[in-house]
Design a protein around this ligand. Sequence first.
Ligand code: ADP
Length: 472
Amino acid sequence: MLYINGKWRKTKQEMDVTNPATGEVIHAVSMGGKEETKEAITSAKQAFQTWKKTPGKIRGDYLNKVVHLMKEKSELLAETITKENGKPLPDARREVASAIEYLNWYAEEAKRIYGDTLPATHPDKHLMVLRQPIGVSAAITPWNFPLSMITRKIAPALAAGCTVVLKPAPQTPISAVKVFECFHEAELPDGVVNLIIGPAEEIGKEMTSNPDVRKLTFTGSTVVGKKLLKDASDTVKKVSMELGGHAPYIVFEDADLDLAVKGILLSKFKNSGQTCISTNRVYVAESIAEEFGEKLAEKVSQLKVGNGFTEGTDIGPLINQGALVKVENQISDAVKKGGKVISGGKRYEGETKGYFYEPTVIQHATEDMQIATEETFGPIAPLFTFQSEQEVINQANHKYYGLAAYCFTKDLGRGLRMMEELEYGIVGINDPAPIVIQAPFGGIKESGIGNEGGKYGLEEYLEDKFVSIRTV
Ligand code: ADP
């Protein structure tokens, strides 16, 4: 289903949506291409003329209506996520709650967009900075958080006074349709939000080349992000890019080991490791490496793999066959280069269909392994060792990626030094889950440009206009 200018539209061309836990087709959805994208952009442009002048309080009221509707449908939304993405139902429920929280936060922020007055340098001049919505915003979202990545973009855009055309991931379009049903029921004015499902490249091309799109916001892989950045440069669009990561997770000898082990279960294995802030490399001080590895392997072997709808499941399937093959390749490469699997290490056989992999811990990881530099997006924790603080800082700072980093130590001074030295956009000190709505979420280096969340997320959809008024 497409949603253009306040109306649902079916097309002849359809694509299948698959449940990664069973490999079975669960739905066929209508697809649109270049023409529909163009149409959606035109309708967003028309709607922008009114939406930008709609008082922030009223824009916020619309968002609050969506909050209300999503709360009413929260169980259905969670089930949709589990069906399309495979994650355990309790995690899907948490995602729904967080998706709603973004809408709720920006409903409040919509009425708090302030400008500035500046001191003049001439007695007859009056200087102002207006903060105005940038215009039509094109949003492209991934499948790993199919609901919250949508509201994290659309909520601040609408709060700021922008209108939106969204292209969700092909793996999880029904979650997007469900959110748009809420937008429709909330009676958002026609054209304020538009949904296009279909071939990524074709839709992306129109989004990046159409001069009426003034903002492009993307969450996905670095490869695609770079392409979109290049394409968007022709029309000099404002961009936000939330791209790949390669998070280090550093455990010093003075860390609370139980806390650090528990933290990896969250930071590495939640969502089967398919999160851009997922731990990719675990660095453990050499003196505690054996003990730490044993403790971690024991806990990891207790994680329950299975269908997300089965009660007690900790780890669902990977998204597709390609993801499974990537995990297998990284493990065989690591083993070839001296890595030792101490937990997991093979496809999960408890389910006969779907893309399941056992949560895996590999000891004796080294810098020449693929896993040391290439994003995994799967449930493998490779354990590296280090001897000194400086050595681990050098190892942890990645040449290309800079999204999230974690560090465990009880030494406050060391914690502060690591906070300063880690070249990442998000740093958790003794905190494996540092993401909160009020904080900026964004990477440095090739992990991205710009931020989402809190007041920072709103900035991405606003432009400053300087006005100098001379009164005589
Ligand atoms: P992944 O490999 O994890 O699926 P992608 O970066 O390929 O990550 O996908 C993230 C989002 O980007 C999805 O919505 C996908 O359809 C979209 N996408 C992929 N390629 C392009 C492209 N060439 N132009 C526009 N969007 C794209």
